[in-house]
Ligand binder design. Structure first.
Ligand code: FAD
Length: 427
């Protein structure tokens, strides 16, 4: 009997547990250890922040589903991973031993890297459902008292899609509230150009996003670093291609939402050979840590080097389709190992993304993620908004039922009609 522990039950961890159940032998045991007993569909947070969704709409109570699937469920946060002893120490003092561990702990939000950034400071966040709900209250104040808005991402950020999504969703919500004419909007980003997305662009994301911004009277600043935030003021500096910063600018705001840089969570950070200097878990092509070969990682917690140097640091995004490809590969590989075979599944890490703009949106497919690519496609239209809303319902329903069929792959295959985007290869 092998005991496999999944640490974290967000997008990666929840489906990891389901897929492991399919790939392991009947006598093997799966345990999920997670901080939050409820799953929240993170991609819907921008809708929560403008009141288009409520918490219940996007929440899955994981305990009963896990029980139904025969997965042990421990809703207690990890304090520290002790890989040399094959155990996870929990905050309640107990330890969970494992034969194999899959780390799926997502990001720690590095708001502290910019003074005044984030919910403890002066800008809003949509990264967690609690943040999105708090943002909704501030959005309502903005509608009652319109003023300038600054949206974007801080230096070192990797998750640019939700920043653009929230920008355009907010713009739609303000138009519907008939106050858009009193809200000057500015987008601030470390990306070298609009639509770079940490991927050096996909298809015509630069043209599509710039055109949307022009059409909607949104100004933008690229290659920009946030130096500090004070109440109602963001102090930023643009950096030239030569790396030299231009004079500091003060952007006054009545409302601001900024995506922070991410890093790995503390319980798995600072472990020699396991984590990189930012606390992300190092994995090989089989999602396995080279130093501790019984430890795997999937999702945002995985270490991926940036696409290339940029004047202001930008990370590479880790999106749903890509995460699912890591999960499927990991489940197959652990399934092989417990049967005495070698791991042979490699996640393709392709990027497939639907970015909703409230009444339209853009979609892109990058295969492989790093250019030059075999598929480098982007498109826009109202269909993206409808597809994203449909996908949200599809994903949450499947998670509630405990279905382990690959969610994103089946969406890509069935809805987008992309039949060549397989998630794993052999090697
Ligand atoms: C606002 C936003 C919108 C996004 N929208 C999209 C989108 O539309 N499409 C797309 O493809 N991608 C999107 N992404 C990117 C990505 O798909 C999500 O971030 C996704 O949730 C990442 O999955 P994950 O499993 O790596 O991390 P998470 O879903 O964040 O899960 C992390 C898990 O670890 C647990 N955990 C944390 N600390 C501990 C601890 N100490 N002990 C135990 N458990 C712990 C948490 O409770 C959670 O269950 C979005 C990201 C953000 C932030």
């Amino acid at each position: 009997m092998a005991h496999v522990v999944v640490l974290g039950a967000g997008l990666g961890g929840a489906i990891m547990a389901y897929e492991l159940k399919d790939q392991l032998r009947p006598e093997d045991k799966v345990t999920v250890v997670t901080k939050d007993p409820k799953y929240h569909f993170v991609p819907s947070n921008p809708w929560i922040a403008v009141g288009w969704r409520d918490r219940e709409d996007i929440t899955v109570d994981l305990a009963p589903v896990m029980q139904k699937k025969g997965i042990a469920f421990i809703p207690v946060a990890a304090e520290r991973l002790i890989p040399e002893e094959d155990r996870v120490l929990l905050v309640d003092g107990n330890s969970v031993p494992y034969d194999y561990l899959v780390i799926a702990t997502g990001p720690e939000l590095a708001f502290d890297e910019v003074p005044g950034l984030g919910p403890q400071g002066f800008t809003q966040s949509i990264c967690h459902i609690d943040h999105a709900e708090a943002t909704k209250a501030v959005f309502e104040k903005l509608v009652a008292n319109p003023g300038p808005v600054v949206i974007g991402a801080a230096q070192g950020a990797s998750c640019f899609g939700p920043a653009y999504e929230f920008l355009f969703i907010l713009e739609t919500a303000l138009r519907r509230a008939k106050v858009r004419d009193r809200v000057p909007m500015t987008f601030v980003t470390p990306e070298p150009y609009v639509g770079h997305l940490g991927l050096d662009g996909v298809g015509d994301t630069k043209g599509l996003l710039e055109s949307q911004m022009r059409e909607k009277h949104i100004k933008w600043m690229t290659n920009t670093r946030v130096k500090r935030v004070e109440e109602g003021h963001m102090f930023v500096e643009e950096v030239g291609d030569d790396g030299v910063a231009k004079p500091e600018k003060d952007l006054p705001f009545a409302f601001s939402m900024m995506l922070p840089a991410f890093r790995g969570i503390k319980p798995v950070a600072g472990i020699e050979g396991l984590s990189n200097p930012r606390g992300f878990t190092i994995v090989d092509k089989h999602q396995r840590n080279p130093m501790y070969p019984n430890v795997f990682a999937v999702g945002v917690c995985v270490a991926i080097p940036p696409m290339g140097p940029t004047p202001v640091p930008c990370g590479v995004p880790k999106t749903g389709f890509m995460i699912e490809s890591m999960v499927t590969a990991t489940a197959h590989n652990i399934g092989n190992i417990v049967r005495g075979k070698e791991p042979d599944s490699i996640g393709t890490w392709n990027a497939v993304c639907l970015a909703d703009f409230g009444d339209g949106g853009i979609a892109f497919v990058a295969q492989p993620q790093i250019p030059p690519r075999n598929v480098n496609w982007s498109s826009s239209g109202k269909w993206v908004h409808l597809a994203k809303a449909g996908f949200e319902k599809y994903f949450i329903r499947k998670l509630r039922k405990g279905t382990s069929e690959p969610f994103y792959e089946s969406l890509a295959l069935k809805v987008l009609g992309i039949d060549k985007l397989k998630q794993t290869t052999k090697g």
